[in-house]
Design a protein around this ligand. Sequence first.
Ligand SMILES: NC(=O)c1ccc[n+]([C@@H]2O[C@H](COP(=O)([O-])OP(=O)(O)OC[C@H]3O[C@@H](n4cnc5c(N)ncnc54)[C@H](O)[C@@H]3O)[C@@H](O)[C@H]2O)c1
Length: 338
Amino acid sequence: MKSSINIILAPISELSFFLKNYPEKRIIVITDQNVDTFHSDKFSDFPKIVIDAGESQKNILQIEKIAEKLLELGADRTSVLVGIGGGVVCDICGFIASIFMRGIQFCYVPTTLLAQVDAAIGGKTGVNTSKIKNVLGTFNMPEFTLVDYSLLQTLAPQELINGMAEVVKHACISDESYFGFLENNYDKILAQDSFALTHTISKSIEIKKEIVEQDPEEKGLRKLLNYGHTFGHAIEKHYQITHGFAIAKGISIINKIALELGILTQENADRIYNLNQQIGLNPEIESIDIQELLPYITNDKKKTGAKISLVVVSSIGQSEVLNIPYIELEKIISTIWK
Ligand SMILES: NC(=O)c1ccc[n+]([C@@H]2O[C@H](COP(=O)([O-])OP(=O)(O)OC[C@H]3O[C@@H](n4cnc5c(N)ncnc54)[C@H](O)[C@@H]3O)[C@@H](O)[C@H]2O)c1
């Protein structure tokens, strides 16, 4: 996979300009119903495939349906897919582009905060099976990702909050001063204050880009971006809650484990919890039954052999990967959650 990430900060009205190097008649948009309702006037030049909205669409049957629609639209190996939507559309678009006729070019126009700071950056694509998230997937970098902040204006407030989980993650794993900025400005970001929001998106993209370009296929450094995700993915699947809200709870769980291991201080754990709470991410974990999550975690692809990789934050802005025997993790969990 190529390792360079091409981010274009521009209004979506310039999409045709950035697609001018691709064969005009071969461009096909993939989007979802909500994005189509609000923004279809902005990509009316191109044929499109509109899927239902939501995580439940991220499955292999949907991929087959899209492949058939692509064939009906005359797609071939020279076609270029443009995923315009949130993380679900981007993950689906990138995955089908990776396998359709053994791989075609694709680009993203992310329309949620979560996709602008995370899902559309870094070349991970994938769909879920009925039990495990993203287990069918590829590493494949889009030609470019066009980020237009104004697309977020139609986003429901809960979806903006949802995206903030990945923003907090970026600050926790690598940048304490960014974390301080979020503590002081989260209300402005949620109100879509222009400076606060654009600074946040640019900063998060910068952090993710720097990590992924050094380790595009997650052999080492990139694993840090999985902070909160081992338990978060299990919560997302088991409790059927949206990605960001699940990751905030996943962060609370891993922080509790890091506290037990003496890696993280209570003061730093409280700062992270309080920020997630103030944002509205509901990071409490009293309602979560950790034992029920374990079957998802043993299947999680981050588990290699008898060991499991867990990302812990040691102080805000500093993180590391712990490779611990799975049996050890079970012991720690039963000590904390008796
Ligand atoms: N590939 C990666 O590296 C990566 C990273 C993080 C998350 N993800 C994946 O991203 C997915 C979550 O993404 P998401 O939170 O964007 O969810 P989503 O794509 O389901 O979008 C959330 C909701 O917002 C709607 N929407 C999107 N843009 C809108 C707009 N501009 N105005 C109004 N409504 C709009 C959608 O229709 C949907 O109902 C998960 O499947 C997660 O696994 C992938």
